[in-house]
Structure formats: C-alpha cells, structure tokens
Design a protein around this ligand. Structure first.
Ligand SMILES: Nc1ncnc2c1ncn2[C@@H]1O[C@H](COP(=O)(O)OP(=O)(O)O)[C@@H](O)[C@H]1O
Ligand SMILES: [Mg+2]
Length: 401
C-alpha cells in the first residue's frame, strides 16, 4: 500500500518555506516601507525617543513580516552598539496571551522577565508593576501590538491611552508603541486622544499587484520546492488569483503550498494549473467551514434556518414568492432552538446575527422596506454549491435534520 509513496520523489524541498510563519531572507517590494519604519525607530539607537507608529493595510500585505524583520535588524544593531533597548512583540489575536487587558500587561511583564500570576491581581496593581518595572530598567522599550484591533474590540481603547501616556510619568525609560492592524477603518473608531498618540507616525501597506506577488512567490518557491516542480505558469496563476483577492500574499502562498500537497497526494512530481484550481476550491471550502464552525450556536442556528428555507423555496415548483425575509428565518430558527434545547433570542437580536453573517460573507442580507411592517432584510445565500453542501452537513451534525 505504501510502496508508491516511498518510490515517489518529493516535490517539496523545504515545505516550511511555504508556510506563512516563515520569515524569508529577503522581503521583496517593501523597501520603502521598511526604510520608513527603520528611520522612524532609528533615533532609539542614539538614545532618543521615537514616535509611536501605526501600521495598517489589508491582510497579507506584509505588515507582520516587515515588523519582525525590523525587530531582528534592530536587535542586531543593538547587539553591536550595546544600547539598552528591549523589543516586545505581541500578537493580540493569540487567545490567552493578550485577549484581555490583564493578560496583555501580564504578558508584557513576563516578556520583561517578571513573574506574574495568570489571574488575581487588580488591573491597576498590575499596571503599576509594569510601570515600575519599565522605569527601573532605565531603558527604551518598543512594544509591537500586532492585530491590535482584536484586543480593542474586546476591551476598548483605554489601555492604549494608558500605555501611550505612561511616558509622561516615567523618569528614566521610554516606551514606543507600534500598533498594527488589518482593519483599515480601525482608527476611525478610536478615542481622539488615543488616535493622535498612537498614530504620531502612520504607514499604509498597499495591496500587492500580480507582478509583485509573482516575485514574492518565486523566491519562496525556490526554497520550498525541488527544482522543476513548479514553473512560471503555475506561479503566475497563483499570483493572479491572489491579486484578485485584494493582493493577499498569504493567500498566494497558501495556494502554492496546497497545490503542491494535492500534487503530492496524487503521486505527481510537478504542480500544474489544475492543482491550483483544486487548491483554490479547497481553501475556499476550508475558510467557510472554519468560519461557520467558529460561530456561536445562535448564529449557526440562524444560518441553518436560512439554508433550510432556501432549500424549501427552491424545491417548490411554479411561481412562489422566493424572497427570504428576517421574519421567515425567525420562525424556523425558533423551532430549531426548541428541538435543540437552546434558549431562543429575540427577533431583533436575530436581525443583528443576520447582519453579522452578511459581514462574514456567508449570506447577503439587503435591507428593504416591507410596506407598513417597516424595514426587514432580504436574505440570499452567498455560498457555492459544493461549499453549501459541506456547510449544511456540518450544521446537520450540530442540530439534527
Ligand atoms: N514582500 C514579501 N516578501 C516575502 N514574503 C512576503 C512578503 N509579504 C508577505 N509575505 C508573506 O506573506 C504572508 C503574509 O504576510 P504577513 O506579513 O503575515 O501579512 P499581514 O501581516 O499584512 O497580514 C507571510 O507568509 C509572509 O511571509
Ligand atoms: Mg499580520
């Protein structure tokens, strides 16, 4: 049974080079941005205080990788010059690391070598300890908060205010905050004071175009694949598809890697355009099913109602009013809740959840006027047939037929 796998030649040389956590030697097409960030932080090497920096741009535009690259370079420079500089990188999306204000400060303290309990201290005590710890060190501290929007959405922006204001009280040390987000409109909702102190300097990462993505992929493919396993056509196709998805380099890399896995599984020794199409399908499928799986039961029940009603509508022959409205969903939803022992939410909340499902791209919900009943939403499913089938079976597993 395994003979064919033993005989088959590997098509990957180093698959890690194709994963999104890999930091490559060379970062293509971001010279300007790297230089900008570098010059903003450079004063730190002379003991001056840099401004806070706010970095934003859609996902897969290279923000995280550039930040990590800069940290590495800074640390090398410091090692040579012997400055008293510490850099802390925290990804706020990581659960249990920085998903509450407490955890954020606890994590910062840990990174600075302090021991703190995982829970228990009042936040202001923790904050005080952080302050004292930093000030005692007589040093420059750069804190990089990646995906900062996820934390602010959960706990508000007070902590950012505290963090950026701390310098006014400190005597011997200085903190520079670098905030990074994929959410382009994140800044608009910040408190004005927080906004102005966080974005003393701003850098926008624009989406990559197909040509830039091609260069990035070529470099990574050289490390990741055996010679001859991928050709120019394959790379161009991945780049073109990812360019359509708002120039997302992560998507481009995922396509290239998954296409290789599919080729490998089919015992082929080169990646073809067909494998990329299959990879595209698989990634879409995974994305939707993962999103749906990650939703709270209530949202899942709402989606399941929509899928059920949609099926009922399309299976009916002849002329029927096929519009699916919030009220219809609510009735089906309530009965799903009943059979599954879930406490149903109000119609108003269901309307909100429908809005959220729309934002996730699973459905589209257009707000329309419904005569004298006021406004309602007209709902359509936004999933391709195969993905819809998979999503449905996932929901059947959860709620029964
Ligand atoms: N200019 C680049 N050169 C090489 N790899 C890149 C480049 N830009 C992005 N990548 C790769 O694409 C993926 C996504 O980049 P990332 O920095 O995580 O994007 P963001 O943080 O903006 O969402 C990572 O695997 C990264 O290594
Ligand atoms: Mg990132």
């Amino acid at each position: 049974m395994f003979v064919q796998y033993i005989q088959q030649e590997d098509i990957f040389q180093d698959k890690k080079a194709l994963s999104s956590s890999f930091v490559p030697q060379k970062i293509a097409h971001r010279d300007l941005e790297l230089q900008q960030i570098g010059s903003m932080l450079a004063p730190v090497l002379k003991g001056y205080n840099p401004n806070n920096v706010f970095i934003y741009g859609t996902c897969g535009t290279g923000k995280t990788i550039c930040a990590k690259f800069i940290i590495k370079q800074l640390q090398e420079a410091v090692a040579q010059k012997g400055n008293n500089l510490q850099v802390v990188y925290i990804n706020c999306k990581m659960k249990k690391v920085a998903d509450t204000e407490y955890r954020l400060f606890a994590q910062l303290l840990k990174e600075l070598g302090e021991c703190v309990p995982d829970t228990g201290l009042p936040t202001d005590v923790l904050y005080r300890r952080f302050f004292e710890c930093v000030d005692q060190k007589n040093s420059q501290l750069i804190i990089i908060l990646d995906e900062i929007d996820t934390l602010v959405r959960k706990v508000g922006d007070d902590f950012l205010y505290n963090l950026t204001r701390i310098n006014q009280e400190m005597k011997k040390s200085h903190i520079t905050v670098i905030g990074i987000t994929n959410d382009i409109s994140f800044r608009d909702n910040l408190d004005l004071r927080v906004k102005s102190s966080l974005s003393e300097e701003e850098i926008l990462f624009k989406p990559y175009d197909a040509r830039q993505l091609r260069d990035i992929l070529k470099d990574r493919a050289k490390d990741g694949y055996k010679a001859g396993a991928v050709d120019e056509l394959v790379i161009s196709k991945c780049a073109a598809l990812a360019a359509q998805e708002h120039g997302d380099a992560r998507r481009a890399l995922d396509l290239l890697r998954v296409a290789g896995e599919i080729a490998e599984r089919n015992a082929e020794n080169a990646v073809t355009e067909h494998h990329i199409d299959m990879a595209q399908q698989k990634l879409d499928m995974d994305r939707v099913t993962e999103t749906v799986r990650g939703q709270p039961s209530q949202s899942q029940a709402v989606l399941y109602s929509i899928i059920k009603l949609n099926e009922k509508n399309t299976s009916q022959k002849g002329w029927v009013d096929r519009r699916l409205l919030t009220g219809d969903v609510f009735d089906t939803y309530t009965s799903i809740c009943k059979t599954n022992n879930i406490k149903p939410l109000t119609q108003r909340r269901i309307s909100d959840l429908i809005g959220e499902l729309d934002m996730l791209g699973v459905i589209t919900a257009k707000v329309i006027s419904n005569g004298r009943y006021g406004r309602t939403r007209e709902i359509t499913l936004a999933l391709k047939e195969d993905i819809l089938a998979r999503t449905k079976s996932l929901l059947i597993e959860r709620f029964g037929v």
